[in-house]
Design a protein around this ligand. Structure first.
Ligand SMILES: C[S@@+](CC[C@H](N)C(=O)[O-])C[C@H]1O[C@@H](n2cnc3c(N)ncnc32)[C@H](O)[C@@H]1O
Length: 406
């Protein structure tokens, strides 16, 4: 029996993972052959076949069709009821053998926090669940293939794996071995197929590139979901919105908003990294008419940017920290100037804490970010983990979305 386990960490010794596996074994007593488990996590780096027993694969690994007998998604992971999740579930379903079963968590108790609910899962998968477990999981069998979702994740699974290598080669001038010591040979790993995996320097570079991609693609799910929710709360009933995503990276969040929010008409992504245009061009080609003339990329640092017009929403998601401290006040003032009357500025920043080693010196404290934004009006706060507004006290030092209306 070949099992795929989607977890927050590949913690197979964890109590929850053990309970999960025990339940699975009881549910499939008839299955034949030795049990093998392949783990997938959001931080996993493995991106190349073969699937290895014991290695941590990326949660976005495009598993070939008909591979697994059982796919389990742990309740530790957080998924929203959006198109992104529909694309994710479609990939899980396609990775099952015809007799395989899918086990997915009910993440929402009351159904009002934007997380996977029993109703949404049943509707999306198009079959009834068999509730055969004491765990907060639903089991689905004989799930028909899902229709394509309107999400960047659909693009990722359908065309990205191969294109990623090509983009990577272009963006590093065809030299994957650039200015890097040769990675040490990894321990030789046993694979599902019983083969021996060689370590190749190229694979490790590809994995590093893939982990940036995983960050962008995975983050676009909750970021676009929460931005849509904030728009609903702050600009109710307004459509045809013009959005600017400052430091918007590869444009994943902007593209997802254009595809799914139903209210964003135009999105401009501004980022200093020119190579992001390669990914945005691919997104544009893949989604064709759905995004044509609605997405653009401008290459600039926030400090140098000249706003080309007025916007209804300007976002800084994990990017304001990279603006030098002395320039931040001016950057936020310019963004505020560029908002149309009634427009919205949204900033999302991880709050400085000793657990962050990378970027610690440039990160914001709560007082610093509140003072910077509070100059321009009343700050509203929204969780990153559920569709919910929170007070300043409840937000504390959590990573929340802060919004200010013009
Ligand atoms: C952590 S990534 C976040 C990307 C994207 N907003 C997301 O949420 O997926 C930070 C982004 O900030 C951009 N950046 C770095 N310095 C910047 C600056 N001075 N002005 C604007 N963006 C900057 C980087 O190129 C990168 O794309």
């Amino acid at each position: 029996m070949l099992i795929a386990l989607y977890l927050r960490q590949a913690d197979l010794d964890g109590e929850e993972a053990r309970a999960l596996l025990g339940e699975l074994r009881r549910s499939q007593p008839e299955s034949e052959g030795a049990e093998q488990i392949v783990t997938f996590t959001p931080a996993g780096k493995r991106m190349a076949l073969p699937l290895e027993d014991g290695a941590e694969h990326s949660m976005l690994f495009p598993v070939p069709e008909g591979t697994f007998d059982v796919v389990v998604v742990s309740p530790q992971l957080r998924f929203f009821t959006n198109e992104w999740s529909r694309a994710f579930l479609a990939q899980l379903v396609s990775s099952l053998r015809p007799s395989g079963s899918l086990w997915v968590p009910i993440l929402s108790k009351r159904g009002d926090d934007g997380l996977w609910s029993e109703r949404w899962l049943t509707q999306t998968l198009g079959v009834k669940a068999s509730l055969a477990t004491s765990l907060p999981l639903l089991r689905f069998d004989r799930i028909p293939a899902l229709s394509p979702a309107s999400s960047i994740l659909e693009w990722y699974f359908r065309e990205h794996a191969a294109a990623m290598v090509e983009d990577y080669l272009y963006s590093t001038s065809g030299a994957p071995q650039i200015a890097e010591p040769q990675p040490k040979a990894a321990p030789v790993a046993r694979t599902i197929a019983g083969e021996v995996a060689d370590s190749v320097p190229f694979a490790s570079h590809l994995e590093r590139f893939a982990s940036t991609m995983t960050y962008s693609v995975t983050g676009a799910s909750y970021k676009s979901m929460l931005l849509s929710y904030i728009l609903e709360k702050e600009l109710p009933g307004r459509t045809g919105l013009r959005v600017l995503d400052m430091g918007g990276g590869m444009g994943m969040v902007a593209t997802e908003l254009v595809l799914t929010s139903g209210r964003v008409d135009q999105a401009t992504v501004c980022d200093p990294l020119a190579r992001n245009s390669l990914v945005m061009a691919r997104l544009g080609r893949f989604f064709g008419e759905r995004v044509q003339d609605r997405l653009e990329l401008r290459i600039s640092r926030a400090e140098d940017f000249r706003y080309p017009g007025a916007f209804d929403l300007i976002t800084f998601i994990g990017s304001l920290l990279y603006v030098p401290r002395e320039a931040r006040q001016q950057v936020i003032a310019s963004a505020f100037d560029a908002l149309a009357p009634g427009g919205l500025l949204v900033v999302h920043e991880n709050i400085k804490s000793p657990t962050y080693t990378k970027d610690f010196d440039v990160m914001f404290s709560v007082e610093e970010i509140d003072a910077l934004l509070g100059n321009h009006g009343r700050i509203e706060r929204y969780l990153s983990t559920a569709t919910r507004a929170v007070t300043r006290e409840a937000a504390g030092s959590k990573t929340v979305f802060r919004s200010v209306r013009k």
